[in-house]
Design a protein around this ligand. Structure first.
Ligand code: ADP
Length: 263
């Protein structure tokens, strides 16, 4: 890192005004991408300039959830990212021919990520969110090398198993010396027609992860919020109309919007 042939990453420059958040989870399917997209759109709604790097090679669902159907275009040496719902996005899926699954290896992933950060024309971003693959693989390490100032957001469900894995992800982040901005619990409960809450996936996982990370790193890691289950969140994502704007009065949208204001 730092050799003169390495492309310059504006977000890693001293004095960069862009806040960078890596959204991580211990395993797939906990709603990491949904949370990333909704936080980004909530921030854009507030007038911030926001970009997402979809680095989740297994999921790469961000463009669809965001409703970004455009393709990146090339202008001289720069890549212009498509945008939707006020958010610019670049995805690893945009660079795999016919979206066929490609076996990406560590060095390729690192190179792709470097390009997303250095060669994409993001403009002056207030916030950049990176949707990381689940777990603690190569990408998380690459990100820490390329963006030492990035902060981590850990997404988990209330389930103990998910929480354990999320803890491990957090512990790795500590080794890479990234600050942990907080924990977001997703799929926290389902609200029943009578107003009561059903804990489909148990309870307390988010708080457990936050408490345990706080102990491990000796700095406060807050539980930033608990996002309930809502079938409309999934439907909205499938339609490319994130719930924070399409059903803003839902409890899930309000919680996500509240979390976004804390970042
Ligand atoms: P990950 O990025 O962790 O793999 P996704 O964001 O792709 O997870 O979410 C997995 C599935 O769960 C998607 O179909 C998504 O729409 C759905 N989902 C995520 N969060 C919620 C929620 N709070 N309520 C209902 N469905 C959700």
């Amino acid at each position: 890192r730092g050799s003169s042939e390495e492309p310059k990453i504006p977000f890693a420059e001293p004095g960069s005004m862009t806040r960078v958040y890596c959204v991580a989870s211990g395993k797939g399917g906990v709603g990491k991408s949904s949370v990333t997209v909704n936080l980004a759109v909530a921030m854009a709604e507030r007038g911030l300039s926001v970009g997402i790097v979809d680095a989740d090679i297994y999921g790469h669902s961000v463009p669809r959830m965001l409703g970004a159907h455009g393709k990146p275009t090339r202008v001289e040496k720069m890549i212009l990212p498509p945008a939707a719902n006020g958010v610019k996005v670049i995805s690893i899926a945009m660079f795999t021919p016919g979206n066929t699954p490609v076996v990406w290896r560590g060095p390729m992933l690192h190179r792709a990520l470097q390009q997303f950060l250095a060669d994409v024309f993001w403009g002056d971003l207030d916030v950049l969110l990176l949707d990381l693959p689940p777990g603690t693989g190569d990408i998380a390490i690459s990100v820490a090398q390329l963006l030492p100032n990035a902060e981590l957001l850990v997404v988990t469900t209330p389930q103990q198993a998910a929480a354990e894995v999320a803890e491990r992800a957090g512990a790795i982040a500590m080794q890479t010396r990234q600050r942990i901005a907080g924990v977001i619990e997703n799929m926290s409960w389902l609200e029943l027609p009578d107003g009561s809450r059903m804990d489909l996936f148990g309870a307390g996982g988010g708080q457990r992860v936050a408490t345990s990370l706080t102990k491990t790193i000796g700095a406060d890691v807050p539980l930033l919020g608990q996002v309930p289950l809502d079938p409309r969140l999934r439907e909205a994502s499938d339609d490319g109309k994130p719930i924070v704007t399409s059903v803003p009065d839902s409890a899930a949208a309000q919680e996500l919007t509240k979390i976004a204001t804390k970042l």
